[in-house]
Write a protein that binds this ligand. Structure first.
Ligand code: SAH
Ligand code: SF4
Ligand code: F3S
Length: 448
């Protein structure tokens, strides 16, 4: 077993877990390859958040199964949240599948792969203590490094499968995280993104999330710090204070609202009311000038009436999030809401979703239009795919508020900051013209 092909689905935590797996595999003498046909083992790192996510993976397992018919020696593995969610059921009746490994089994991945070459293996024990804090991930080259600070979730929102797929909440020790951030900065990464399902409830027994932000702010070589996703109920005064005083912590908070109706929030077990959410949003906006608030919203939760839905739309109009991820409710086995009758038809869910998409599109468009004529600081990430043959080469990067800016390539290297004047906008992208001379290139080259 020498080569592994790894494909990732789901959220950033899965992307970070794939980098963790890559590190574990490489230290065991294996290498990652870009094409399935070059691999001794194929691993899918999967997501279970909505039914659609699982269906995509089932389709992909089918592709791999056909591939294995032609190459019987290849080992096929399913990792991640869907592996944990379906466990041994995934192996039943699928002779093509050799390994099922949940999110707490990655430390042993090389050994599991060797065993799976002989007989089907399932490692789906959740481990209250596993944080992988001591393991160095093999990060994908780029400007941004994902750093998982906390695993699992204890919130048990009634619609959500994550507490079942990732187990109990646990935080990595602050010292391990600062070491990871230093290593990433030395490797040339400029932006650190802290990850956790309720990242602001981070607590390692001694330090809280505010301590972590402050400790990272002091690390040399780091230009920007971000995090996702905080839980509204854990948005403490200390965290907001740290955000407003740490120069490198960017003015963007992704604050999932889920619903703008109090009865629905309560049925979702979200632990805050709309009034409390409003207060948190206001406190953040008061403490951090120019901050961008973005959110997640679910439509069609069991019991959501037309009135509840209208309340969500009204709160979106009032708060004016800069952008939003909008989802149709998907019933997930194991969750509490799974046992409740669905009261909103697929058609009504679709209708509500498109109404909110349109509303958000309008708000994002207005927010972006208001930025035309302003100057922003962009952390350049590299050439833009928008620069086709017919156009001059373009660069792209992010503003402090995490908005994408595209501008003519002026030679600014990836990882450097550039002042850009915004000259045009769509609801998703800002277009700019670079100003003055590029800021000096970073002293360390970008990894890879
Ligand atoms: N831990 C994060 C969210 C993780 S999942 C938080 O609490 O904010 C990302 C988003 O997927 C959630 O915010 C929610 O909007 C959506 N989601 C989760 N479970 C879902 C389900 N069963 N159906 C539809 N959307 C869901
Ligand atoms: Fe799921 Fe709620 Fe935990 Fe987020 S906070 S991962 S939505 S249970
Ligand atoms: Fe992420 Fe999907 Fe798991 S959203 S935590 S990969 S269920």
């Amino acid at each position: 077993m020498r080569t592994v092909f790894l494909e990732t689905y789901g959220c950033q935590m899965n992307v970070a877990d794939s980098e963790l797996m890559a590190g574990v595999l490489e230290r065991a003498g294996m290498s990652l390859v870009d094409r399935p046909e070059d691999a001794d083992a194929l691993i899918l790192n999967t997501c279970a958040i909505r039914e659609h996510a699982e269906q995509r993976v089932i389709g992909r397992i089918g592709d791999f199964a056909r591939y294995k018919q032609r190459n019987p020696a290849v080992v096929i593995g399913v990792a991640g949240c869907m592996a944990q969610h379906l466990r041994k059921k995934l192996l039943d009746g699928r002779r093509s599948l050799d390994l099922v490994v949940g999110p707490d089994g990655y430390r042993d991945l090389p050994r599991l792969l060797q065993r799976a070459a002989g007989e089907p293996v399932a490692q789906v024990r959740l481990d209250r203590d596993e944080t992988y804090g001591d393991l160095e991930p093999r990060r994908e080259p780029g400007v941004r490094a994902w750093v998982t600070v906390q695993r699992g979730c204890d919130k048990f929102c009634t619609y959500c499968v994550v507490p079942f797929t990732r187990g109990r909440e646990r935080s990595l020790p602050l010292a391990d995280l600062v070491r990871q951030v230093r290593t990433a900065a030395d490797q040339g990464f400029r932006e650190i993104v802290f990850l956790g399902q309720t990242v602001n409830s981070y607590h390692d027994g001694t330090h809280d999330f505010a301590d972590l932000l402050r400790a990272t702010d002091a690390v040399e070589g780091v230009t920007r710090i971000r995090y996702t996703s905080p839980h509204p109920s854990d948005m403490s005064v200390r965290v907001i204070d740290a955000m407003s005083t740490c120069a490198k912590v960017m003015p963007h908070v992704h604050l999932p609202l889920q619903s703008g109706s109090d009865p629905i929030l309560s049925a979702m077990n979200r632990t805050y009311t709309t009034g409390e959410f409003r207060d948190v949003a206001e406190r953040i906006r008061r403490a951090i000038p120019g901050v961008a608030l973005t959110t997640d919203i679910i439509v069609g939760f069991p019991g959501e009436t037309e009135q509840d839905f209208e309340a969500t739309a009204a709160l979106m109009r009032e708060i004016r999030f800069e952008s939003a991820f909008l989802f149709k409710y998907s019933a997930r086995p194991d969750t509490r809401a799974f046992t409740w009758p669905e009261t909103v038809s697929e058609e009504a869910k679709g209708h509500r979703l498109s109404q909110l998409i349109e509303l958000q599109h309008q708000i994002s468009g207005e927010v972006h239009d208001a930025m035309v004529g302003r100057d922003v600081e962009v952390l350049v990430e590299g050439p833009s795919r928008r620069g086709g043959e017919e156009r001059e080469p373009q660069l792209h990067g992010k503003t402090p508020q995490f908005k994408t800016v595209v501008f003519r390539d002026d030679g600014t290297p990836a990882g450097a900051l550039r002042r850009v004047r915004i000259v045009g906008a769509t609801p998703v992208t800002l277009f700019g013209e670079s100003l003055a001379q590029p800021t000096p290139a970073p002293l360390v080259t970008i990894a890879g």
